[in-house]
Write a protein of this length. Sequence first.
Lengths: 280, 760
Amino acid sequence: MSRFTVEYPTTAEETTRLLEAETVIVGGGTLTVPALVRGELTAHRVLDLGRLGIDRITADGTGIHLGAMVSYQQLITSELITTRLPLLHRMASGITGGIQIRNQGTVGGAACAARPNSDVPAVLTALRTVLSLSSRSGTRRVPAGEFFLGAGRGDLRPGEFLSGLAIDVLPPQWTTGYYKLKFAESSWPVVTAACVLGPAGSPDPGEVVLGAVADTPLRIVLEGVERAEVEHAVADRVAALPEHRRWSDVRAGSGYRTRVCAEIACRAVRRALAARGESR
Amino acid sequence: MPGKTQRWPKTDGFAYAGGTVTYLDDLRPPGLLHMAVVRSTRAGARLSTVDLSEAKRVPGVVRTLDGREAALHLNPIPYAMGDPELVGARRDRLLALAVDEVRYAGEPIAVVVAESPRAARAGASAASAAYEDLPDRGPDLLAGNEFRRGDPDTALASAPQRFEVTFSIDRSTSAPLEPRGYVAGWDERAGRLTVHAAHQQPFLLRAELAEVFGLAETAIRVVVPPVGGSFGLKMAGQPEEPLVCLMSMLCRRPVKWIESRAECFLAGAREQVHRVQAGFDRDGRVVAFRDEITIPVGAGSATPGWRQAYVSAATLPTAYAVPHVAISAKVLTTPLPPWQSCRGYGKETAVLVMERTMDLVARHTGLDPVEVRRRNLITPESMPYRMPSGYLVDSGDFPALLDKALRAADYRQSGAGSAEGLDGVGLAFEVTPEGGGHASGPLDGRQATSALPEAATVRLEPDGQIVVLSGVTNPGGGNDTSLAGLAAAELGVSRDRVTVVQGDTDRCPPGTGNASSRGTAVGGAAVVLAARDLAGALCKAAAAHEGVPAEEVSLRDGRVQLPHRVLGLDELSRVVDRDALSVTRTYRPETLRGPHETTAYRHSYPYFSSGAYVARVRVDPATGVVRVLALTAVHDCGRVIDEVLVEGQLQGAIAMGVGLALSESSLFDDDGTARSRSFKEYLIPRANDLPSFHIGHHETPAPGTLLGAKGAGEAGVGGALAAVANAVDNALAGHGAVVMTVPLTPPRVLDLLYRPGVRR
């Protein structure tokens, strides 16, 4: 339990200046605020990004830009996201929690928390999201595939904060599918799979990114979309995981995740195939 | 509940649903201080020192207290709900704060009182303690309970078929919406203690505090504001109860303690291992049942939680007439937080064990599980039926109940696979001993027990309104609505003219609060008696006043009906002697005897509700996830006083049973540290996890209660738990799997499906 002050910066400059001292950043606060209240997280200064104005969804010629404070509810209701990034829309629609949580929780906050058993890391990785990390020395752009370093560890350096995320819209005829295994409505995800498929017959069939199997999202390049091909690709990738990288938590051990992850990947692939009108 | 639309089905329903109820935590008297509890981080260790110096330095902290100082002020906490010896248990000396030794991680070792909840928590976090290792003593025997009938050894040895199986049940909890909480105010000048408590048993709490502080009961007032669910957790005997009062005395200001969700999750119960042997013939008739039970109840406690272990054993073999029975239960104290009472109160685990046993008998004999049950159920002709423990099943028509549930569920054996998964159907028959009286058996020179009474005062106010003061309390389920309806019916007024006052030891007549599903069946009977007497007195007074024969006067439509005119109740109240306007009556359920019985038994649970449950599930064979597709229940709570409220109780109980079957488990690290600290670690089912339940009734009046009513509240937990477990077993039967453990989490289900060496 600690006593702390809360700062509400309104500009990026002010934010980076405040970040020079040791600070806990609060995005939506669905994780940090309860942890602060319970005394599980200690802080002298808390930086609340809620007044920074980085909660917009915009589009340019190639992609979509999300402010780091875009909430799950915005992802659900945004026409841009629904039509152009259906994977992100689908992921947000399945977030555990009522309307308050969906309005409060942010995609940027979830990325920075880098929890293996959450929806966001694997989906951002599958969408080849680029994260903008701002500091006094400028903005560093890091692909999601490189950002997640371990359980609860994102590549966020001292003095940096996540200001936005950029996602290229997939080319025409590319489709996506998402499947989340959880044990009850209130459960954290146990295994997730986000699938991005190229057009039928493409030499590059696509890939699946598994969440909550390892401490970071597990990208698996597919050689084909037949069930056996997907299972084989997942089995090979998971077998190569060192023991210390396998994820285990109160819901299930790593053995269970290893057993079910190929099936979860297949279900995500099946949904991506269904999106292009195929059923397997 | 199609077709049962009812205007104002629950008196305070909108207040609860709309968030305008004044809960305990909404009480903020002037000068209020806040208490936080410092808890042990070790289990089974010597407590060398408790250092509160840093806590005292936290801004806002007003007072701290460790176990040594507390022991100067507080007597040990008395056992709630009777002597431990009643149920064959060891008596311990139970203190509010640990001194010298800690038994479990989470045990209170000090308290901190501060100007704000936050400062109190900060103070508690700043406290530290030093521990020394103690030799691992292992579990201690708290109680041994044995119940026997016939010659089980010979019957088992000579049974045409038999099996042995071990069932295990995880620890789980009650998880009410509102955790525990108390506000204590000590009036130094008047020498009076007022305690507001989110509580089930205000009179018992008053008695406990009187003993702990050496005060007269008349010096203590306990008031219970509207409660957000209890499920057993809010019974008396908790250490924080005297502590918050003591801190108010020491600080001379009111002090509040609100349990955090993580603290609430320390509570738990139901963990049991049953080693069952069943002997039966080829027709599925069970001739012998032996169950050696091990029940770890956590650390010793003054709350009645650990007594559930006795009830589990004494409730076996539930609804079945088994001629040869041996039940042997070892109740052990362990280095985990103490058991707290949990809805079902031990009966739900007995139901699970017996229903799994019946399904296994069906599997061994190749008979339909329905048929096996039909051949073993206690018949209506043998009621009242004495169980091996001495519990007396008062009433019920179990075969008819079973048939009704099967029809309602369109029961068919399943076990087949579908494109979506493995489908299963499960059946369970539940009996729930209720009404208070967990200690059982022939008197045989042992301490006798008697039925506890409930009391009610019914009063006519000058404005013609009716006030009911009851000794039973309302955990939020709505028994106040039932009590109002019962009084209204006797007095010929509409329910909205009746105000029910509960949970105030200064205003209400004494009672047991809410426990053992007796609020309406017993508390309601007291209300009816008092209201009936009041109605008679009012008619008599009106007759005397008007000079007409009393038999020509009646109460109807909110008025006094006289031969030639009507009189408003307000008018009557002005002309009648004040003493005639208020009646208090006490009611206690009858102690029944079995037919032709010569042995004298203790008074035990005076009525048994019963129920038959059918669950349909679908198991995902790739992930082990179980989805409950349908759940049908037909319940016999005797006379249904208020159908909507009875079904409300069942809805919650069935949901809890499904949770226990599939996901609810209180987890601890090897060192005894709780891992279940929030609803993310402890998964209770949400609405989307559950189907709409189909609920029906079958009324067999209780012979031992005035209204013929039995209980509603505990029933449903065991029935749903067992039906879902049996349904999963049915779904997996083709894989040779046997369900022996709950909850059936997906990893466990996969382990069952794909055991080494078993063909897929």
